[in-house]
Ligand binder design. Structure first.
Ligand code: UDP
Length: 311
């Protein structure tokens, strides 16, 4: 198949392209490198079935494709917080452009949505019928409300044009190709532990996240894309829920570092507990994560050591 992947130089996009190339597909990767990393796609540049287009998806693009994997959007609070208006534009105008392209090509499209659409959830774990507890006016609103309007567009295109549209609600994911300075908790903590710097825990550190290894997520995205369902599906690892304090301690131990944990008292515009209910993914995709946090962290630490030490 000739696939288009938006955000292909990002953390998840580049892991997805690696797998799709292994599966013998042709890939057109679109990225404008606002938060993507050229290093993530450097190995693909000489691949005969890989083509890179440096393009901002808020501008219209015309490409022939058999399927669209729409992942483009800064995903770390550090990045979208720097550019909130652009983040809203990418989600609304960018997703609109990609849905129009899918319509023109009569192709399927999968949209990378997020657990952030549930906001600071009042139910735990979060299942797909929960409508969320979301706020239009905080530092994360551009991302969570952006993803919500993008989902809403997807549902309307499906209803009005009867298109094949998949929505993956992706929970916290980690693994190789995260940038050491991307601002997310696993990459920040592993990098600090390797460099023997303090690990800064926001707030009291009792907030939780559930961590899914990227290879598991890629399996799920491919299963979802090839499935017959058009329901939104949670993708994440409910077995690996930890407080941020626990994850800091675990990483210091695994890296064998003498770094110390420092709590910073800041106001958190963020969910205090997050864990996916993945019953739907199990039922409809026959998927559940295989990687434990211990194994996933080992691979991630190995990768980040290599990047940090320039090996
Ligand atoms: N966090 C932290 N120190 C860091 C980076 C993140 O304490 O250096 C916390 C952050 O406040 C949040 C959790 O770790 O409670 C997960 O943050 P991340 O940005 O990885 O994901 P998200 O908050 O979007 O789920």
């Amino acid at each position: 198949m000739r696939y288009l992947v938006t955000g292909g130089a990002g953390f998840i996009g580049s892991n997805l392209i690696k797998r799709l190339l292994e599966e013998k597909h042709s890939i057109i990767c679109i990225d404008n490198f606002s938060s993507g990393n050229r290093l993530n796609i450097s190995n693909f540049l000489t691949h005969p079935e890989f083509k890179l287009i440096d393009h901002d998806i808020t501008q219209v693009i015309d490409i022939e494709t058999d399927g669209i994997w729409h992942l483009a959007c800064p995903a770390s609070p550090k990045y979208y917080g720097r550019n909130p208006i652009e983040t809203s534009k990418i989600n609304f105008i960018g997703t609109y452009n990609l849905l129009e392209l899918a319509r023109k090509n009569k192709s399927p499209i999968i949209f990378a949505s997020t657990s952030e659409i549930y906001g600071n959830p009042e139910v735990h774990p979060q299942n797909e019928i929960y409508n969320g507890s979301v706020n239009t006016n905080d530092s994360r609103s551009c991302y969570k409300e952006g993803k919500r309007i993008a989902e809403s567009l997807c549902f309307d295109y499906k209803r009005i044009h009867n298109m094949n549209i998949k929505i993956a609600r992706i929970f916290n994911t980690y693994g190789p190709n995260m940038m050491p300075d991307d601002g997310r908790v696993i990459s920040n903590f592993v990098t600090s532990a390797i460099l023997k710097k303090p690990l800064f825990v926001n707030g009291d550190g009792n907030q939780t996240r559930s961590f899914c290894y990227v290879e598991d997520l890629i399996d799920a995205l491919i299963l979802l894309f090839n499935s017959s369902t058009n329901d939104p599906i949670n993708l994440g690892n409910p077995k690996e829920e930890y407080s941020i304090n626990q994850i800091a301690e675990k990483i210091i131990k695994k890296v064998n570092s003498n770094s110390k944990i420092q709590n910073i008292n800041i106001k958190l515009d963020e969910p205090l507990r997050r864990k996916p209910c993945i019953k739907k993914a199990k039922l409809l995709l026959n998927w559940e994560p295989k990687y434990t946090i211990d194994i996933g962290l080992d691979y991630t630490i190995k990768y980040l050591r290599k990047i940090i030490n320039n090996e």
